[in-house]
Design a protein around this ligand. Structure first.
Ligand code: CA
Ligand code: CA
Length: 218
């Protein structure tokens, strides 16, 4: 989508929400309400409009590519992927899980979010990890991609640790866009996840989420 188009769409959606709710939005420092319309943080896009746009109400840069949502012609697609880290293998992605709605009964309880199990293969602690993940829905021909630095996360020597992408409110849990196609479509979704860490070889894995019910964000 062209930049001017998405900006126009933001204005249009904001106008619709404002007209249906009353007063014009003001500068926001945190969550507040304009009539019945919640506006959360950082920019002036009402949350209802953010939902329609598929962006995160708790972020002003949903895809993490460094371009503010208002100025990002692709707010849920990081156009420039992070450069893959290089060096010796210091960790591996031991497992990747997403909710599987199709045949849940025969499987163990799966998470309702993206989850990775990281296994250190070195005697040194690893920090400065960044996740880069791509979600593709081939049925509606839509792809989203996100860059997510794992701030504060340290994979200790020879440790196996699980990280989660959800509401991001617990240790080892990182914020995921609640208006992503992960939560809004019932189609099959294909995930490609790369974990970069300074000084170590990037690790990539893939997983498929079967068609089924759309999830509820945690
Ligand atoms: Ca962005
Ligand atoms: Ca973008």
């Amino acid at each position: 989508m062209k930049k001017t188009k998405i900006f126009g769409l933001v204005l249009l959606l904001s106008a619709i929400v404002i007209l249906s709710g009353c007063t014009a939005p003001q500068k926001i420092s945190d969550t507040q309400y304009n009539g019945s319309n919640q506006v959360t943080k950082l920019n002036e896009i009402p949350d209802n409009a953010k939902k329609l746009l598929g962006i995160d109400p708790m972020s002003n840069d949903t895809d993490g590519d460094g371009v503010d949502d208002l100025n990002d012609s692709t707010p849920t697609f990081a156009d420039v992927p992070p450069q893959a880290s290089t060096g010796p293998v210091g960790f591996r992605i031991q497992n990747i899980l997403v909710e599987n709605n199709y045949d849940q009964a025969s499987k163990q309880a799966a998470p309702d979010h993206l989850e990775l199990v990281l296994q250190s293969t070195t005697s040194k602690d690893i920090s400065n990890l960044t996740a880069y993940y791509i979600i593709s829905d081939y049925k509606i021909n839509k792809t989203e991609s996100y860059i997510k630095p794992l701030k504060g996360f340290v994979l200790k020597a020879n440790e196996i640790r699980t990280i989660h992408f959800d509401a991001g409110q617990k240790p080892d849990h990182f914020r995921a866009n609640p208006n992503s196609i992960y939560y809004t479509t019932k189609d099959e979704l294909n995930f490609t996840v790369t974990i970069n860490a300074d000084g170590y070889a990037a690790q990539t894995t893939q997983v498929k989420k079967d068609a089924g019910g759309a999830e509820s964000p945690d």
